[in-house]
Design a protein around this ligand. Structure first.
Ligand SMILES: *Cc1c(COP(=O)(O)O)cnc(C)c1O
Length: 343
């Protein structure tokens, strides 16, 4: 049975163009700065997002950690959303490995942090307190409906942070989905942040890797951070080559995934007992009505029997993520499977 895998956009296998790029990649030792393919990817990435420089890293988690280690010293504090990936799903790496305290403040349902909450979390200069060094945002917001943050909102947060001497890091794992959904230029979405990490390995379909972008001096330090974490790789052009294809061919087409997410939502909305959360990109959350006579586990198992995989979240919601390898027919299969399981 062919599986329709909606668990995540991280399950995406390389496209034929990516396999060809891997086979033909020109390689060198990237720790010596001599891998031409990595160098090209980093230059392309920096140009694309409008920053001075970029560094290729093994994962989004490593990109966020390297950024935090670069912005913050031991004992500094970082303001983060309480539903952010960095706070929830990265093992507390900033504290465990960097001596950085996270101060989680509430993520609003649209993924934003309230400016008043950020202001309230910035520490006074007082020897009792850690020093606040950083504010972290996430765009699109994975746990908050995959919703995008606008350039105007990001600018306001950055103005507030910069006015008090703080830096801003953007976890832009899916920032190209945000740009497509908003009809915005990705450069505007990141123009006011000091660093941005984005993933090549999610909706952009590359097999491995993320990129951190920022000023030349920031990236020089981030390279040191990557090295100490064991993330400096040798002939990494093998991994950067499909990343180049991702940047060249995949950033615009994510709007197709968004259209299929709308099709899926339209189908699910018609099924009694299912409620779809607000969405705007390739991530779709839905839930069972409160009086449901079926459990989350039963739904996930019933769908799997029908060839459809998705994720049951701890909070009771289901998450379906649309990606390159999901077709219109797969969406029909998924809707039909949910209808059968709910019947
Ligand atoms: C996936 C994800 C990450 C981490 O990326 P990995 O490559 O899985 O380590 C970070 N932030 C967000 C918002 C993500 O969705």
């Amino acid at each position: 049975m062919k599986m329709v895998d909606l668990r995540s956009d991280t399950v995406t296998l390389p496209t034929p163009a990516m396999w060809a790029a891997i086979a033909n990649a020109e390689l060198g030792d990237d720790v010596f700065g001599e891998d031409p393919t990595v160098n090209r990817l980093e230059q392309m990435a920096a140009e694309r997002v409008g920053k001075e420089a970029a560094v290729f890293v093994a994962s989004g988690t490593m990109g966020n950690l390297v950024s935090l280690l670069t912005h913050c010293g031991r004992g500094d504090e970082a303001i983060v959303g309480d539903r952010s990936h960095t706070f929830m799903f990265e093992q507390g790496g900033m504290a465990a490995l960097g001596g950085i305290t996270p101060w989680p403040i509430p993520n609003q349902p649209d993924g934003t942090l309230r400016l008043e909450d950020i202001q309230g979390a910035i520490r006074a200069d007082n020897p009792h307190f850690p020093r606040t060094a950083l504010v972290c945002l996430e765009n699109t917001h994975n746990m908050c409906g995959g919703l995008p943050l606008t350039a105007e909102y990001t600018d306001k947060v950055a103005d507030l942070a910069h006015s008090q001497g703080l830096k801003v890091h953007l976890d832009g794992a899916r920032v190209f989905n945000a740009a497509a959904a908003l009809g915005a230029d990705v450069q505007d979405l990141v123009r006011s942040v000091d660093s941005v990490m984005f993933c090549l390995s999610k909706g952009l379909c590359a097999p491995v890797g993320s990129v951190v972008c920022g000023s030349a001096s920031f990236i020089a330090e981030a390279r040191r951070g990557r090295k100490v974490l064991g993330g400096a790789m040798r002939q990494a052009g093998l991994l950067a080559a499909p990343g180049i294809v991702a940047l060249e061919e995949m950033t615009e087409r994510v709007s197709e995934d968004h259209r299929r997410a709308r099709d899926l939502a339209a189908g699910l909305t018609e099924i009694p007992g299912i409620a779809v959360d607000p969405f705007a990109t390739n991530i779709l959350y839905f839930r069972l009505d409160d009086d449901a006579s079926i459990t989350q586990d039963e739904v996930v198992a019933g769908l799997a029997e029908r060839g459809v995989q998705l994720m049951g979240r701890l909070d009771g919601r289901f998450r379906a993520v649309i990606h390159y390898w999901i077709s219109d027919e797969d969406i029909e299969t998924a809707v039909a499977a949910v209808r059968e399981v709910m019947a």
